[in-house]
Write a new protein. Structure first.
Length: 404
């Protein structure tokens, strides 16, 4: 028990865990509490229904929290010098005062800013209320790179594309200014760590893997079991390779088409009855079901899909961050075949089979279907390096010093 008090500042409500950022936030808080910290949360939220869901689980992950509903009405924030995804979390002076009252009597050893989006909130709270606390930035992505990648992947006729372009331009100036303020930065992958270390020599920048519960997630609810049974009847017992992605705005379409056009014909020579399931938001807008492809549009839970598949395919070309689908597959103990970029910077490059060569990719897929137990080495390494409590202790030791 270490008796340290930590304030985690998030850009959004950490539960329900509907995206990678929320998953990291939720288990980050839970892991710090598990190693003996007093954990308090501060965040802005948009939807009342999500906040109500969070309140139900809050006692499991924190000792207290303060939340306020973010501004979502002012169009002028879109055209402000500060990026919109940061500006609409900015707290008013009344909110700052209320935060001080809520946490009165708590001396925070550490204030953690989770993602750049939360910077206006976290920096004002740190500067005004807790200037003597150690201040750490938890970086999930280099936002400029992420926004630029999203811009490139989106359809040219999509309004989203030009919104991302505007955000990326503003973020290019804003991001560097923010990182210059921090002594401690925890990057989510070694890729971001190395990029920042070159830009900011002398700063304490370290790799902190995503917080993710990798315990087996095999139990399905009755509704998920019904969905699984429906999928099973459609696949007719054939071996299944799964590709999941968010295809809204045209994102990741090119990468999936590379697999379907260049790799799948080669795999089917080795696994003739293979069926590829392409699942995700707006999948049906870009792909069609056929003899060797089944399209699942806007699925609810990924669990039936993970239970169904024999191999998960990661076909991304973006090197930033750590891919959520990668961790989910390992959580379900599924073999993974990835492009080089799909595992780049994750620490799993040597244990997850990866290549950009279509012929080799096909051979790796065939081997994974022939020997599902071949992924046990990957599982063992993942469960060791991505152990949440060990990583929480390591983070505390790096920024606050080891326990005496």
């Amino acid at each position: 028990m270490n008796d340290r008090s930590v304030l985690l500042v998030f850009d959004e409500v950490p539960y329900p865990m509907t995206n990678g950022g929320r998953i990291d936030s939720y288990f980050h808080a839970k892991s710090l509490r598990a190693v003996g910290c007093h954990v308090f949360l501060l965040f802005a939220y948009t939807f009342q229904a999500e906040f109500d869901e969070f309140v139900k689980v809050a006692p499991d992950i924190c000792d207290g929290f303060f939340a306020f509903q973010r501004n979502k009405r002012q169009l002028k924030d879109v055209f402000s010098a500060v990026p919109y995804i940061v500006k609409n979390r900015k707290p008013s002076s009344k909110v700052i005062e209320a935060i001080g009252r809520k946490f009165s009597g708590v001396r925070f050893d550490l204030v953690i800013e989770a993602q750049l989006n939360a910077h206006l909130l976290a920096s004002e709270v740190h500067q005004i209320l807790y200037p003597n606390s150690v201040y750490l930035h938890r970086m999930l992505n280099i936002e400029t790179t992420l926004l630029a990648s999203t811009f490139q992947a989106s359809k040219i006729v999509s309004l989203r594309k030009w919104f991302f372009a505007l955000e990326a331009l503003k973020m290019w100036f804003y991001e560097r200014k923010v990182y210059e303020q921090f002594e401690h930065i925890a990057a989510i992958s070694s890729y971001e760590q190395n990029l920042l270390a070159k830009k900011f020599p002398g700063k304490k920048i370290f790799w902190l893997p995503p917080f993710f519960d990798f315990a087996p997630r095999t139990e399905l609810t009755p509704a998920e079991m019904d969905e699984y049974d429906a999928l099973l009847s459609r696949t007719k017992g054939r071996p299944v390779a799964l590709l999941t992605a968010n295809f809204s705005g045209g994102m990741t379409v090119k990468q999936v088409r590379w697999f379907l056009n260049d790799v799948l014909p080669l795999v089917r020579k080795l696994v003739p009855d293979l069926l590829v399931v392409v699942a995700g938001r707006e999948a049906a807008s870009h792909f069609e079901s056929g003899e060797s492809v089944l399209v699942v549009n806007n699925y609810g839970s990924v669990k039936p899909l993970m239970k169904l598949c024999g191999v998960l395919v990661v076909a991304t070309t973006g090197r930033g961050g750590v891919k959520l689908k990668l961790m989910e597959a390992l959580g379900y103990k599924k073999p993974i075949i990835s492009t080089v970029s799909g595992v780049f910077g994750s620490g799993l490059e040597k244990v997850v089979p990866n290549t950009d060569d279509p012929q080799m990719f096909a051979q790796l897929c065939a081997r994974a279907f022939a020997d599902p137990d071949s992924s046990k080495v990957t599982q063992s390494f993942f469960e060791s390096r991505y152990n949440c409590e060990s990583n929480a202790r390591e983070m505390l030791d790096r920024v606050l010093g080891a326990e005496s």
